[in-house]
Design a protein around this ligand. Structure first.
Ligand SMILES: [Zn+2]
Length: 452
């Protein structure tokens, strides 16, 4: 039996009773939380981690990402979403396995040091001849050691058919459906302690046909996997849907059978009151990407109203081409700030922001039974944050220190009890080597583009 004990730390469990301890202990046995409470841990064998000056929270859950975009950061800096996509699609068409590997490893490494224990990824660019890019990112997640929910994404509505992406980055619908089924067969693990679950994720209303939306939903429900896509990110998208489908984005999604508690959607910035209520009634989840929405000037999602309506709202960094930092702990801070910009200083508390980054994210991914809070019996996905350093010292409330203070780097990160970060350092890869490989991959992509 493997056993690890953390003691002396503040603990915010994010359980249903909002239990917190000013100084407590967590005992981890064989990948699960065996005991948790106030004061010192009971005597016993195993490694002991000194948690003094630290806050323990559930590991953060990242509900929306595009890891490949780590190789295309800092481009189209002043663009709207549609301008930004139109500028970047031709570069993304040159993606290959080597670039994907460097980008995914860098992105997952960066997530780990920002306290993330579970991440999704929405990969929808599969240039012809680029190999199995989904397998490449699965390998990257195994190497870095994060729990991973990659989406087999897709685009089949090219420019010549009225879509936004150029024809060379879209795929044929039959190819997409066969690859989606193969991804489930090969990688999806439905077990409660699963490290890898597949979801199906046609990209967006303006890059996917109605038929692919409906067929993907049917396949996902036959196979018991979840559905994900982008929705209502900008007013340009709303205009596109009204023009092409004659309805607003949410009505379009409802028409193709895409509202339900097995669906979570990125952004959902432009929803009206009836649409917010419909998300609550159907249990449709939302991945709130506050920094990306600000970077692209898209607007502020109605997170408080969605939460009040009962819809799960998790947090996402989104792709690093529209959120160059992609620091998940900073999204706690951002979510709180944009909620208050929209609704005043009482709109969101620090603890509500932490819940969005943990248990609400777990709900979006259908993992709230085993992830998202610190409770005996749950998987030992634990973030231990330093709150006694310059960015946080003197703030008596440790949750306020984490959410309102400087963006925190995690001190210790356990995924299923296994250390991915300790002493503030990534243990599963060399951070400097990840940065060098990312730099090489980004340059390669840009040189290929120049030479084209
Ligand atoms: Zn996105």
């Amino acid at each position: 039996m493997s056993r690890t004990v953390i003691e002396g730390c503040a603990i915010a469990t994010v359980d249903a009773a909002h239990t917190e301890h000013a100084a407590g202990h967590i005992v981890v046995e064989d990948g699960r939380i065996a005991a948790l409470g106030a004061g010192p841990a009971p005597e016993g064998p195993g490694e002991r981690i000194d948690g003094r000056g630290r806050l323990a929270t559930p590991g953060l859950v990242n509900c929306h990402h595009h890891l490949y975009q780590w190789a295309t950061r800092g481009l189209a800096q002043q663009a709207t979403l549609f301008e930004w996509l139109t500028e970047l699609y031709p570069t993304w068409a040159l993606l290959d396995g080597e670039i994907e590997s460097a980008a995914a490893r860098a992105g997952l490494g960066a997530l780990a040091i920002s306290g993330c224990t579970t991440s999704t990824d929405h990969h929808y660019v599969f240039p012809q001849g680029s190999g199995d890019l989904l397998e490449v990112e699965v390998d990257a997640a195994r190497a870095i050691g994060l729990r991973f929910h990659p989406c087999r994404g897709s685009m089949d509505l090219g420019r010549s058919d009225g879509g936004l992406p150029p024809d060379e980055v879209v795929e044929d619908r039959d190819v997409i459906l066969a690859a989606s089924e193969a991804a489930i067969d090969r990688f999806h693990d439905p077990a409660p302690d699963s490290m890898l679950r597949i979801a199906l994720a046609p990209c967006s209303p303006f890059s996917v046909t109605r038929d692919l939306m409906a067929d993907s939903a049917e396949l996902a429900r036959q196979r018991g996997v979840r559905l994900h896509t982008h929705l209502a990110e900008t007013l340009d998208e709303e205009e596109f849907c009204l023009e092409l489908f004659g309805v607003r984005p949410v009505e379009y999604l409802e028409d193709v059978g895409w509202l339900g508690d097995d669906v979570w959607l990125a952004h959902c910035v432009h929803l009206d009151d009836d649409e917010v209520a419909l998300f609550g009634e159907t249990g449709t989840g939302v991945a709130h990407c506050a920094t990306s929405n600000a970077r692209l000037g898209a607007g502020i999602a109605p997170v408080v109203a969605l939460t009040r309506a009962g819809a799960p709202v998790g947090l996402g960094v989104d792709g690093a081409a529209s959120n160059e930092g992609a620091v998940l702990s900073a999204e706690l801070h951002q979510a709180l700030l944009v909620a208050r910009l929209a609704g005043g200083p009482a709109a969101m508390t620090a603890r509500e922001a932490l819940a969005h980054g943990t248990i609400e994210g777990a709900r979006c991914l259908g993992r709230e039974g085993e992830l998202g809070s610190l409770e005996p019996g749950k998987l030992a996905d634990i973030a231990l944050w330093r709150v006694d350093d310059l960015g946080h010292a003197g703030i008596e409330d440790p949750v306020a220190a984490l959410v309102l203070g400087a963006p925190a780097r995690v001190d210790t990160l356990l995924v299923g009890g296994r250390p991915v970060v300790s002493g503030g350092e990534l243990r599963t890869a060399d951070e400097d080597a990840l940065a060098r490989e990312l730099d090489r991959a980004s340059r390669k992509l840009q040189q290929v583009e120049v030479a084209r």
